[in-house]
Design a binder for this molecule. Structure first.
Ligand SMILES: [Zn+2]
Length: 224
């Protein structure tokens, strides 16, 4: 399988390679490491039962990423990569929903009812660490929206606004151009502005983050 993936992309390939399926990864995670002249692919065990054609696409995506600037590929788009991306956009259907925080679920449901006609399928929902710079994220492979802990005491419309942004990622998925994926497309941004009072909320959010940053600093000063 690795050889098929490589032959399709490179005329000559001066590296050795190996593949390991691991139970340590979350479902549908994967990574790639280059050690000297050896490339090691690590795939979550869940990948084992997935069609070889789709796995080849995943391997090729990882290859293009790690070989960038090292080895020029014959092409950056392949049938297998297309298949893999199609699979990743549909994978949320197969991912178990076993990690749903009740507070975030209320937010999800409010936003879903108001902006998605209640049609967006529930994702896993969890609180992340208290990052002030990354307020939320959506991960396709685990179908999980993660919201920063710093938002656990803010007005609900601000929490909902961040939730809305992440839900839009699930709705819009991503667009591929060459080997790059685009997540914040113009269609995405247009939708994002559709949130009620979005400009006002952006301003309130910015003010709030400045305040939080200051109080963190004061806290640090008190402690040390
Ligand atoms: Zn985003």
């Amino acid at each position: 399988m690795l050889k098929d993936a490589i032959d399709d992309l490179y005329k000559e390939f001066p590296y050795t390679y190996s593949l390991k399926y691991s139970g340590k990864f979350k479902p549908f995670r994967a990574n790639v490491k280059l050690m000297g002249d050896h490339i090691e692919f690590g795939l979550s065990r869940r990948w084992k039962r997935i069609s070889k054609d789709i796995q080849i696409g995943l391997i090729q995506e990882l290859l293009l990423k790690i070989m960038k600037k090292r080895l020029k590929p014959l092409k950056t788009e392949t049938y297998h990569i297309e298949l893999y991306n199609f699979f990743m956009k549909k994978i949320h259907i197969a991912v178990p929903k076993d990690s749903i925080d009740p507070v975030l679920e209320e937010s999800f449901d409010r936003v879903n009812a108001e902006y998605f006609y209640g049609l967006l399928d529930k994702t896993n929902l969890k609180w992340g660490n208290g990052s002030l710079s990354k307020l939320g994220s959506y991960e396709y492979g685990t179908d999980t929206i993660t919201i920063s802990r710093v938002l656990d005491d803010v007005p609900l419309e601000i929490l909902d606004y961040i939730m809305y942004h992440e839900m839009l990622h699930k709705k819009h998925k991503f667009t591929k151009r060459g080997s790059r994926s685009y997540h914040h497309t113009s269609a995405f941004k247009k939708d994002e502005r559709g949130f009620r009072d979005s400009e006002l909320i952006e301003k309130r959010l910015r003010r709030l983050l400045i305040k939080k940053r200051l109080s963190f600093r004061n806290l640090a000063r008190e402690l040390f």
